[in-house]
Design a protein around this ligand. Structure first.
Ligand SMILES: [Zn+2]
Length: 61
């Protein structure tokens, strides 16, 4: 059972609630969860959004 890190990647996510950055797992479906397994910030329901590092920010307006 080694279907592990291929489907998710570590990246930086920003909490929608408080704007805090944390290391998150980014799943293939686009969902993020903090690597620690717990909320990485004090929000009741933190929802992290992956930030696309240094790649050219695609404008999606
Ligand atoms: Zn937060």
């Amino acid at each position: 059972m080694a279907e592990s890190d291929a489907q998710r990647q570590r990246t930086i996510g920003i909490c929608d609630g408080c704007g805090k950055a944390a290391v998150v797992w980014l799943s293939a479906d686009g969902s993020c969860r903090s690597v620690s397994g717990y909320n990485a910030c004090s929000c009741t329901e933190a929802s992290f959004r992956a930030v696309e590092g240094d790649e050219s920010s695609r404008d999606r307006v």
